[in-house]
Design a binder for this molecule. Structure first.
Ligand code: TXA
Ligand code: MG
Length: 547
């Protein structure tokens, strides 16, 4: 997949930064876009890496520049609503309302795609995300290029999305021919991604356009919330998902901690306490993503230790728009200045606060310890209730996928082969029960893995402690384990939490429970587990510093 990938430090282009006032430069960038090159493009949300969406060779260059595998669908950007019907095969009433109400603007509407969109853009899905940015430079560039522009955010895979042209220059220098300057992005968080293929919108990624706004527009257009959605929401309300436990990330390389709970008059005290605690024996400076007024207070309080504190101020304490706009820049700047830990404020999860907290929690969840030396062996455990059907299947499939993608090598330690120990256990079982026959048969016939000699294992704290990663078949299992073993919660995920925004057609929510059902159901479960593990294995390897 990456035969042509650029190695770190390798340069293929002299990247030019052009502004819209530089007519010749801007025209050259638009032409490059039309001719199949990749161009860094401003939008009101974050900068994108644009290319001609109809040209698979251009799309391949985007993935190459970004350094990520091509398994994530790209959003297609247009500069006029008139072009949309050509790109999609169906505009549902919901999609129509969202387009009328929020385009141009920070929203991506997912619709069934037309044949104009190649499979490499949609990552094999039959849908495509359409976005009409409101940023004038984005509109001018897309219009001048004359092509629909497929673009992911313009960061290197793993770093926060870029909100300034300088971020793109830093991540992409030498990898693409042009970056177009468009100033600091107004919104600062990526667009709301909303699936509008059904009779009610489903948010896949929160952003500046909120569910409340969409509901209002839909109601005004005479579309009311379907009963089934209401029923589902009530059901979901019983078991709120634990936030911040995601595997994928918008993370800087240092730790990020979230302060407070939206009780803004306490924030000064929280920052003070956090700085006091961290500064004592820390050799690296403490980074504060903080409001102007609290920064001023902290400066006074820690006057004699000011070289140990790095400040990035975003505006007024309770200004969620300002905090959202500057979050990614703040993380990049503080990280770049060498902060060992970054503190950032929580906002209430309402309106734009939902999107802000979503990105901040992802950054905070990614506690990569820089000191941790790479080791050549990792352990992964699958957990379900009985440890007789789903987790044994997952165990077999993971082993199979691992073998199928071998050899795995430790990054920075050429020649050191990485190995994986896979096991499974149940939270509500005893030792020694038989695995279900269908799980054994599927493992053997479809994955060439023999698990017939194995028996169920009761999950214990010692087993959990020995793992590098614990994957639970449902969210209930992962919630339960994190609650029960909070100290180990960093490595505990459910399938759904791991999958996060890797959307897979045919899997919504949790994997099927085949217990007591026919062979076909076991097969479907196995298929779902396989798809999920295929999607997340690259991320897991990356996190473990393996290739
Ligand atoms: O604000 C934005 O949306 C920025 C700017 C450049 O427009 N773009 C952006 O693209 O954030 P990217 O590739 O970094 O994130 C796109 C997200 C991914 O999580 C992807 O899985 C999801 O949108 N997505 C795109 N098309 C999809 C589809 N057809 N079905 C489900 N999810 C989709
Ligand atoms: Mg992105």
């Amino acid at each position: 997949m990456f035969e042509n990938a650029l190695r770190a430090g390798e340069t293929r282009f002299e990247t030019k930064l052009v502004g819209i006032e530089d007519q010749a430069g801007f025209a050259a960038a638009a032409r490059a876009l039309a001719e199949g090159e990749v161009v860094g493009m401003p939008t009101e949300t974050v900068y994108g890496l644009g290319c001609d969406a109809r040209n698979p060779e251009a799309v391949a260059k985007v993935y190459e520049a970004k350094g990520r595998p091509s398994d994530n669908p790209l959003i297609v950007h247009v500069a006029s609503k008139e072009l949309i019907p050509e790109l999609v095969s169906e505009i549902t009433p919901v999609a129509r309302v969202l387009m009328d109400a929020f385009m141009p603007g920070p929203i991506t509407v997912i619709m069934k795609k037309s044949d104009v969109i190649p499979a490499c853009v949609s990552a094999g899905l039959d849908t495509v995300g359409i976005r009409f940015p409101i940023h004038p430079v984005a509109q001018a560039l897309i219009a001048a290029s004359g092509v629909p522009v497929a673009a992911p955010s313009a960061n290197l895979s793993g770093s926060p999305s870029p909100t300034k042209a300088e971020h793109v220059m830093k991540d992409m220098n030498g990898r693409i021919p042009y970056v177009v300057e468009g100033g600091e992005c107004q919104v600062g968080l990526e667009s709301t991604v909303v699936d509008a293929t059904g009779n009610w919108p489903q948010i896949l990624r929160p952003g500046a356009i909120t569910m409340e706004q969409m509901e209002e527009a839909l109601l005004a257009a005479g579309i009311s919330k379907p009963e089934t959605v209401i029923a589902l929401q009530n059901k979901a309300g019983e078991a709120p998902r634990a936030p911040g436990m995601k595997y994928r990330h918008y993370a800087p390389s240092c730790e990020v901690h979230i302060l407070g709970n939206g009780d803004f008059d306490q924030y000064e005290a929280y920052y003070k306490e956090a700085v006091e605690r961290e500064i004592i024996d820390s050799r690296t400076p403490v980074g504060l993503f903080v409001s102007d007024t609290i920064a001023a207070e902290i400066q006074v309080l820690f006057e004699d230790q000011k070289d140990k504190i790095l400040f990035y101020t975003y505006g007024q304490t309770d200004d969620v728009e300002a905090a959202s706009q500057h979050l990614f820049d703040g993380l990049r700047v503080l990280d770049g200045q060498g902060a060992g830990i970054i503190f950032a404020p929580a906002f209430p999860k309402e309106g734009l606060g939902v999107a802000y907290m979503n990105r901040l929690e992802k950054a905070a969840a990614e506690k990569v310890s820089k000191a941790e030396a790479p080791k050549a062996e990792r352990k992964v455990l699958f957990v379900c209730s009985g440890n007789t059907c789903r987790s044994p299947l997952a165990e077999a499939i993971m082993r199979h996928l691992w073998k199928a993608t071998e050899p795995h090598v430790m990054l920075g330690q050429p020649g050191v082969q990485a190995s994986l120990e896979v096991s499974s256990a149940g939270v509500a079982t005893s030792d020694g029960c038989f695995y279900t026959r269908y799980s054994e048969e599927i493992a053997e016939y479809e994955y060439d893995e023999d698990i017939t000699g194995e028996r169920s294992t009761m999950l214990t704290e010692d087993i959990l402690k020995a793992q590098d990663l614990v994957i639970c078949v449902t969210n209930d299992h992962s919630h339960f384990l994190r609650e029960r073993f909070p100290d180990l919660s960093d490595k505990i995920f459910s399938f759904e939490e791991l999958l996060e925004d890797n959307y897979i057609d045919g899997i919504d929510g949790e994997v099927l429970d085949p217990y007591g059902r026919e062979y076909e159901v076991y097969q479907k479960t196995a298929w779902q587990i396989e798809q999920i593990l295929r999607a997340v294995l690259p991320e897991i390897l990356k996190k473990w510093e393996m290739t």
